[in-house]
Structure formats: structure tokens, C-alpha cells
Design a protein around this ligand. Structure first.
Ligand SMILES: Nc1ncnc2c1ncn2[C@@H]1O[C@H](COP(=O)(O)OP(=O)(O)OP(=O)(O)O)[C@@H](O)[C@H]1O
Length: 265
């Protein structure tokens, strides 16, 4: 596990409203440099809204977000856009269908006037395990897993410090999910990244995260480390029942899978 020496991000009493609807009632947490902080919860509990608030894609009604000790306020600076990147759930809709992979990857570098764009594009393709020839393909010529590799490569073009991962594997086949999670883990170690990983999948969270916040109905109701998560050691009854029912479900699936194998052998 990485050595954590300071907080890269702090979120203090965050509230987000959409008109009269309160999507995030109260969220406070910090992310240490080099760690993966998970946010888990049922659909609609406000997980993605927290990531969007950090990225400046939705206004906040109250609270404070600070990055490397600096209050972000209402707008996001150019350096924030370099330091913090977002990877979305659906690699089908997040890549422009009429842009080649070369253009998809070059664009952030062009906007931020980086030098050596050619080398950066080929280096990133290599880093995410894709051949140089992918550069001249279009997104519809790629599989879901390959598209998500491109989304990840694009998020790394500006050498960010913190990557916000919004359900990065839930649109993918189960067989591909582990490959993408392992890729994310390797890139994090190689580049000293910090992640916030949003997922409704307890096994993904437990595989990837150092600490985890559990959300229910717009609020963080519990926060634990990964050992406590695996031992279902929570202070709130809600988190306990969410995680234990999910683990029971996984065990039932595993059991029925192995029973099916026995029956078919
Ligand atoms: N732009 C918006 N306008 C109005 N309501 C919104 C908007 N974005 C999200 N919401 C609502 O806010 C609540 C939280 O949404 P959010 O996407 O953060 O949930 P989530 O926990 O990420 O769920 P999921 O896993 O299904 O994406 C939901 O009830 C959603 O319908």
C-alpha cells in the first residue's frame, strides 16, 4: 500500500440541489495522496453528483471543496483541469463517434498547448495496452474494453494527480472488468495517481479501495477502511445490510456457478 502523507482533496459538508430536489444532503470526506477512495451506494444515492461537484460540472449549494489545501470556490482553473480528470461509466457515449482515436487523445494536449503530442499519444496507447495502429481507428471499430482503455488514456494525457472514476467497469462484460481494474491499478502505481472510485459493486470497491464511504439517500452514512468493509464492520445498520446482502448475493452466484459446472461435467 502507498505511503499517504497528505490529503490531495477535502470535501466538507457538501450539499447539491437540483431545483427543489436535494441530491446531496451532506458529504464530508478526504482523499489522501496515492490512495483509492471508494464511494458506494444504491442507484440514485448521489455518488455521481459528488464527482460532478468536484469536477465543477454542477453547482454546489453549500459546503467547501479544496484541492491540495486550496479552496476551489465556484470555478475551476486551467491547472485544476490538468490535475483532476474524470472517466465516465459508458465508453460508448463518452468518445466522439466521428473523431479518430488520434484526435480523441490529442485534443486535451492541443487545448493545453503541450509539446510532443505525437509521442504522448503513442506512449499512452502503449501504456493502456493498445497497439499503435489503434490511433487511426474510430470508436465504433473498438470493443467496449478497448474504448474504456482509450477513455483512460485520454484522462491521463495531461498527467493528472487525481482521477475521478464513475463506475468505470459497469458497462463492460464481466470478463473484461477485471482487466480494466488491473490496468487502473497498474497506472495508479506507475504514475502515483490518487483515485475516487464510484461504484455500486461491493466486490469492485473491495478489490480497489483503501477507504470507502457508504451513501444513502444523499448522505454519507458510514466510512470504513477496506478491512472493515470486508469484515462488514460498520457503525450504521444501513451500510451493514447493504454490504452483507451484496456479499450474500455474490456467494449465491459463485455457488450456483460452481454447481452448474458440477452438473454439466
Ligand atoms: N441534472 C439533474 N437534474 C435533476 N436531478 C438530477 C440531476 N442529476 C442527478 N439527479 C438526481 O439526483 C439523484 C442522485 O443522482 P446520482 O446520479 O448522483 O446518483 P448515483 O448514486 O450516482 O446513481 P447511479 O448509480 O444510478 O448513477 C438522483 O435522484 C438523480 O435522479
Amino acid at each position: 500500500m502507498a505511503a499517504f502523507d497528505e490529503n490531495i482533496l477535502e470535501v466538507d459538508n457538501l450539499k447539491v440541489h437540483f431545483g427543489k430536489f436535494v441530491a446531496v444532503k451532506s458529504a464530508s470526506f478526504y482523499v489522501r495522496r496515492g490512495e483509492t477512495f471508494g464511494i458506494v451506494g444504491e442507484s440514485g444515492s448521489g455518488k455521481s453528483t459528488i464527482l460532478k461537484a468536484i469536477a465543477g460540472l454542477v453547482d454546489i449549494a453549500d459546503g467547501r471543496i479544496s484541492m491540495q489545501g486550496r479552496d476551489l470556490g465556484g470555478s475551476r482553473s486551467k491547472s485544476f483541469c490538468r490535475d483532476v480528470q474524470l472517466v465516465f461509466q459508458d465508453p460508448y457515449s463518452s468518445l466522439h463517434p466521428r473523431h479518430t482515436i488520434d484526435r480523441v487523445l490529442s485534443e486535451p494536449a492541443t487545448i493545453h498547448r503541450l509539446a510532443d503530442i505525437d509521442q504522448r499519444v503513442s506512449g499512452l496507447l502503449n501504456d493502456v495496452g493498445l497497439a499503435p495502429t489503434f490511433r487511426f481507428r474510430y470508436p465504433n471499430q473498438l470493443s467496449g474494453g478497448q474504448r474504456q482503455r482509450i477513455s483512460i488514456a485520454r484522462s491521463l494525457m495531461l498527467n493528472p494527480k487525481l482521477v475521478l472514476l464513475d463506475e468505470p467497469t459497469s458497462a463492460l462484460d464481466v470478463s473484461i472488468q477485471a482487466e480494466i481494474l488491473n490496468l487502473l491499478q497498474r497506472l495508479k502505481n506507475e504514475r502515483g495517481l490518487s483515485y475516487i472510485l464510484v461504484s455500486h459493486d461491493i466486490s469492485v470497491i473491495s478489490h480497489m479501495c483503501d477507504r470507502v464511504a457508504v451513501m444513502n439517500d444523499g448522505e454519507i452514512v458510514d466510512e470504513v477502511n477496506v478491512a472493515q468493509l470486508r469484515n462488514v464492520n460498520f457503525s450504521s445498520d444501513y451500510a451493514k445490510s447493504l454490504v452483507s446482502s451484496s456479499l450474500d448475493y455474490e456467494r449465491a452466484i459463485t455457488r450456483s456457478g460452481s454447481e452448474a459446472e458440477v452438473l454439466s461435467s
